[in-house]
Design a protein around this ligand. Structure first.
Ligand code: ADP
Ligand code: MG
Length: 641
């Protein structure tokens, strides 16, 4: 269809358009604001094309978005390549829907996700908010004739010679009644900042009515200021307020496209604050720059994490060549890194990603794997070169590092040398360091506490012997410890975790003292005194001679109980407690020599409670008993005097 006679032509875009338009509108309903992105990015494309043709040099190339609330219009104007009538015919009237049909065939039934741009429907998204769209365009080509195109529904159009005098394109949307939110300056600006904040061509926004109001307000303030100044007789000092300088809404060269060495820390932080609307600084960041096997640039930020990162969600913003595509594309980032924030700019992914597309895309899996590797590399690098700094981050980042190890073997292999144990003394050691420090005392074990306050007495038994006790007090630690024991390194590097109340190996000593005591006799004495025939009693030589006994609980059994409690199952599990008596302790030796009676009963009960106390505080009834008995013992002491 050529129109050499300069008469208006009308036409119908395509028969199928009638069917497609409502579908598009419905599909895109949730992300209606993307029409702004599509029209701005078409302007950016037009300018990019002009540059590629070697034109426009030295010109002020830009996209101007103008909101006129009174006229109920938004205009997107660019000074890019423009279009000839043939091009409007080809690109606007025909192409759009041929590829759209194909899309509909391929993706029918999928309710989610955008389809704009990539499928040539970008321009038509204008009809989601407009009851009429007008294109005015003048091609860069020599002797080109301006074209005007109008349509009220995206189905029927009228095309005629236009009167646009400058090279480029202006697209005017007459906003429909239901979409008047897009006539609010703050709303349009917000959408522009969201989607276009990093586009590669300057984008300006003018709110005609808003600016008039601002100007009026300024004039009023100036008048008042002048009056005030006159009253005080200091007219000369009064400087009237000027209109703010007009700045583009975007940053045309985002730092993720730069070389890491050319970006300052402050720039990284500034971008973080701008992207995530926060005043907080990130802990640290990783600058991604991949050329092969895919193209990807970006920055991953480690935010300050809350304990156990419960409820804390990260946010990854996905860009395609500086055009914002979507937030929180979970598939792009390994699940265990979901607490990260950042930007990923990847031209290899379509601008319009739909969830199911991403889930099934091999490329996306590769990206996710690459990110995990980069994060591991960064952590290891930090650990090796800036150990102090790394330790400073540890409290914040260890939960997700541990989670990563449990979830992803490759990640574990990459970071295992940088895994730290934090001790109750606030020191940080690697597993190897811990082993070396506790050589001969802890064997292949790592002694830990899950609650340094409640288990303080148990902790002290070990620390007073110079054995380091690690703090393992986050939810992920239970899983992490099992992982390290069963799936971590084996052989020489194998590790076993023991809570301070689970095992006495580290407290034992080779000694002849008390070797003559009979375990069975003492067990009977304690069983009778405590009225429990199940109680396991063991005799050991514990290094701390003042310590009469310890109550240990089988590590695996206890963890199993903890686990099932965590998952809300309260299974009746046999208690596997062992009362370890210290044969080097005078009280135990006295007990062994004692006749069974009231006095031995009192002693047994007290020794047992003291042993319990070193694992955790006594509960109400036991505590009452304990206090009563302690008073009796004190009274006994007084009697003797
Ligand atoms: P896409 O951008 O994916 O090609 P669109 O529907 O957004 O799909 O645009 C269709 C075509 O219309 C573009 O490829 C371009 O050729 C033309 N076009 C749209 N807007 C402009 C513009 N502002 N300047 C020049 N050409 C444009
Ligand atoms: Mg487009």
């Amino acid at each position: 269809m050529s129109n050499k006679q300069n008469k208006p032509v009308t036409g119908q875009i395509s028969i199928d358009a009638q069917n497609i338009m409502p579908v598009i509108k419905r599909w895109l309903y949730s992300d209606k604001d993307i029409f702004i992105r599509e029209l701005v990015s078409n302007g950016v494309d037009a300018i990019t094309k002009l540059n590629m043709l070697g034109k426009g040099e030295g010109e002020d190339l830009k996209v101007q978005v103008t909101l006129d609330k009174k006229k109920k219009t938004i205009t997107f104007e660019d000074n890019g390549v423009g279009m000839t009538q043939d091009e409007v015919e080809r690109y606007i009237n025909q192409v759009a829907f041929s590829s759209a049909e194909e899309f509909l065939k391929n993706y029918a039934g999928e309710a989610e996700g955008g389809i704009i741009g990539h499928f040539g429907l970008g321009f038509y998204s204008a009809f989601m908010a407009a009851e009429k769209v007008v294109i005015d365009t003048l091609s860069h080509q020599e002797g080109a004739q301006a074209v005007r195109w109008e349509s009220e529904d995206g189905i029927n159009y009228e095309m005629s010679p236009g009167d646009w005098e400058t090279r480029g394109t202006a697209i005017t949307l007459h906003i429909m009644k239901d979409e008047e939110e897009f006539l609010e300056g703050f709303r349009v600006r917000e959408v522009l900042e969201k989607y276009c904040g990093y586009m590669s061509v300057p984008v300006y926004f003018t709110d005609v009515e808003g600016d008039k109001e601002d100007e009026k307000a300024r004039e009023k303030r100036n008048k008042e200021g002048l009056k005030e100044a006159k009253k005080e007789g200091k007219e000369a000092e009064f400087t009237p307020e000027e209109a703010p300088a007009i700045k583009p809404i975007n940053d045309i060269s985002p730092i993720w496209f730069k070389n890491a060495k050319d970006v300052t820390d402050e720039e990284y932080k500034e971008t973080y604050r701008k992207l995530f609307h926060t005043w907080e600084d990130p802990l640290f960041w990783i600058h991604l720059n991949v050329d092969y096997p895919f193209n990807l640039k970006g920055i991953l930020y480690f935010p300050r994490l809350k304990r156990d990162f419960a409820g804390q969600e990260g946010e990854i913003k996905l860009f395609n060549r500086q055009v914002f595509v979507a937030d929180n594309i979970k598939e792009i980032i390994p699940e265990f890194l979901m607490v990260l924030k950042g930007v990923i700019d990847c031209p290899d992914l379509p601008l319009n990603v739909s969830r199911s597309f991403l889930q099934n895309d091999g490329q996306v899996r590769k990206i996710s794997g690459h990110i995990a590797k980069k994060v591991a590399d960064k952590l290891l690098g930090l650990f090796k070169t800036e150990r102090e700094t790394y330790q400073g981050y540890w409290d914040d980042i260890h939960p997700f590092i541990k989670y990563g190890c449990v979830r992803d073997r490759k990640f574990y292999d990459a970071v295992k040398d940088a895994l730290l144990l934090k001790t109750t003394e606030g020191e940080y050691y690697t597993f190897d360091e811990y082993k070396a420090r506790n050589e001969g005392k802890a064997e292949k074990k790592v002694y830990y506490t899950s609650d340094p306050a409640r288990q303080a007495a148990g902790v002290a038994l070990f620390t007073s012997r110079g054995i380091d006790v690690a703090v393992m007090d986050t939810l992920i630690d239970i899983n992490f410890m099992s992982f390290m024991e069963y799936s971590g390194d084996s052989g020489d590097k194998a590790v076993q975790f023991m809570r301070v109340d689970a095992d006495v190996t580290g407290l034992k000593e080779d000694s002849e003292e008390g070797k003559d005591l009979q375990q069975e006799d003492l067990q009977k004495l304690f069983r009778d005194a405590l009225g429990s025939q199940e109680l396991e009693v063991k005799l050991e030589a514990l290094a701390d001679k003042d310590l009469a006994a310890m109550l240990t609980e089988d590590e695996q059994m206890r963890r199993f109980k903890d686990m099932s409690a965590l998952y809300g199952q309260s299974m009746a599990m046999p208690d596997k407690h062992t009362l370890v008596l210290n044969r080097q302790n005078p009280v135990i030796r006295a007990l062994a020599a004692m006749e069974e009676g009231d006095r031995s009963k009192l002693l047994c009960q007290q020794v047992y409670d003291l042993a319990r106390l070193s694992a955790q505080p006594l509960e109400a009834d036991s505590l009452k008993e304990f206090l009563k008995r302690s008073n009796q013992i004190v009274a006994l002491l007084a009697e003797k005097e």
